[in-house]
Ligand binder design. Structure first.
Ligand code: 2IT
Length: 447
């Protein structure tokens, strides 16, 4: 890391001392781009600062009325991080842990994830510290409507295109889009993605994030002279992303043997690979209890309360839950158990220490979420493309395009690693490829 980059980090730490997730994401990325940032003109143009700070940040209260007539006030945010290569694009998260640090880290990650897709989308993120668990549908609707009242003037098909994330699925996007349409008087379908199929949404939406990760993994295995056939996978979470991983892995001959929730993890040696199990997971998630134990009871699998799935010996680990769920002790267990592939699906699931430890092990091939976790946003960009030509693509067409894009993301990351003499270090390769893409666009557009 050169002096200029080190100074950028110090300035950020001074400016944002209470934003640990954001600082963590930026610092790790700067560490990874290493030699690619070593160009004297970058300091002259202060390019790195301009690439790691958001262009704009909105913070707004969202008051709403519950079913008993009580008024509550939550905190809403939208970070418009980078428009260097297209309109701001990224998810909305409704979760009690949402705060300015979390939305800024998500916006930062989204910017570099989106750049790597090769599609013309900038980066953004947002959400609220609203907890959808235990809320009625009417309460969720009122919250979404009031959230959109605060946001509608700042988004749009060519400005900023929100989508879902944790706590925001098709139901919430429906309410948000309905209110956007009412307020603007425009049926501007690509102002939001993740819409329902009847009003501009796309096939494969629910499975896209998980499918994308498995397509990426399959390409990585292919390029390593290996295949998914007969492999065991430890996954975390039990929502759409995890379910998508289970489905696609099963289709390609591998089996996912763990699921997890805030209550602990499930070990199912037979694999989460039947339609009955997928349907059960969908029902469990919709039930809103945020507990995975009922799966173990239903299918006679083992349940380990309060523990994480990374202690189970498997060939491949795929974290799909939330930030920092894999710490250095978990990483050590994965390495001791001889895990061969570590593929992130959700945003920043591993702590920087865990990443540093795993990168030191040549026997482990790994990828961070900005590369292997982009299935969701790739499908969002396809939904925008489909909307702009007033068409509806088939399931096969969507899957074909999603797969082709995930393969391209892998190949670009591998090429960038090779270009800098980093062997098959995909973690550095994907950071460098995304850096180069945004740097070139920023340089071309001037200060
Ligand atoms: O983390 C992510 O990539 C998302 N939540 C999806 C964002 C999007 O705009 O589809």
């Amino acid at each position: 890391m050169n002096d200029y980059v080190a100074r950028v980090i110090c300035n950020l730490q001074r400016q944002y001392p209470y934003e640990p997730e954001y600082l963590q994401a930026v610092q790790l990325w700067l560490e990874l781009i290493g030699p690619a940032a070593d160009d004297p003109q970058y300091e002259k143009l202060d390019l790195i600062t301009r690439m790691v700070e958001p262009e704009r940040l909105f913070a707004f209260p969202v008051s709403w009325v519950d079913d008993q007539g009580q008024v509550h006030t939550n905190h809403g945010y939208r970070v418009q991080f980078s428009s260097a290569i297209g309109p701001y694009k990224g998810g909305l998260r409704f979760h009690p842990g949402v705060n300015p640090s979390v939305v800024k880290f998500l916006g930062f990650e989204q910017t570099y994830k989106n750049a790597l897709t090769g599609l013309p989308i900038g980066g953004a993120a947002g959400g609220a510290d609203f907890d959808p668990h235990g809320k009625s549908s009417r309460e969720i609707m009122r919250f979404c409507h009031n959230f959109m009242r605060a946001l509608y003037r700042y988004i749009g098909a060519d400005t900023d295109v929100p989508a879902g994330d944790i706590g925001v699925g098709a139901r919430e996007i429906g309410y948000l889009y309905g209110e956007y349409k009412r307020l603007t008087g425009r049926a501007e379908s690509s102002a939001l993605t993740g819409k329902g199929l009847t009003y501009g949404g796309s096939q494969v939406r629910l499975e896209a994030a998980g499918f994308g990760t498995v397509y990426f993994l399959a390409r990585m295995l292919e390029c390593s002279g290996d295949s998914l056939e007969g492999k065991t996978i430890a996954a975390s979470g039990f929502g759409n992303m995890t379910c998508g991983v289970c489905r696609k892995a099963a289709e390609l001959g591998a089996k996912v043997v763990t699921l997890s929730g805030p209550d602990g993890y499930v070990y199912d040696p037979d694999g989460v690979c039947t339609e009955e199990k997928f349907q059960f997971l969908t029902g469990l998630r919709a039930g809103g209890q945020d507990k995975v134990e009922p799966y173990a009871q239903k299918f006679g699998a083992q349940f380990f309360p309060g523990r994480k799935p990374w202690e189970v010996p498997v060939d491949i680990a795929v974290p799909c839950a939330t930030q920092n769920e894999v710490d250095v002790a978990d990483a050590a267990k994965l390495l001791t158990n001889g895990t061969k592939y570590y593929i992130e699906a959700s945003n920043m699931p591993s702590t920087p220490e865990a990443i540093r430890l795993m990168r030191m092990h040549p026997g482990l091939k790994m990828s961070l979420s900005r590369a292997s976790g982009s299935g969701g946003v790739v499908l969002s960009a396809l939904e925008m493309a489909q909307n702009s030509i007033r068409d509806n693509w088939t399931q096969e067409e969507m899957e074909r395009r999603l797969q082709a894009t995930m393969v391209k993301i892998y190949d670009q990351s591998a090429q960038a690693a090779a270009q800098y003499g980093l062997g098959d270090d995909l973690v550095a390769g994907s950071a460098i490829a995304s850096f180069q893409k945004i740097a070139q666009a920023k340089l071309a557009q001037g200060v």
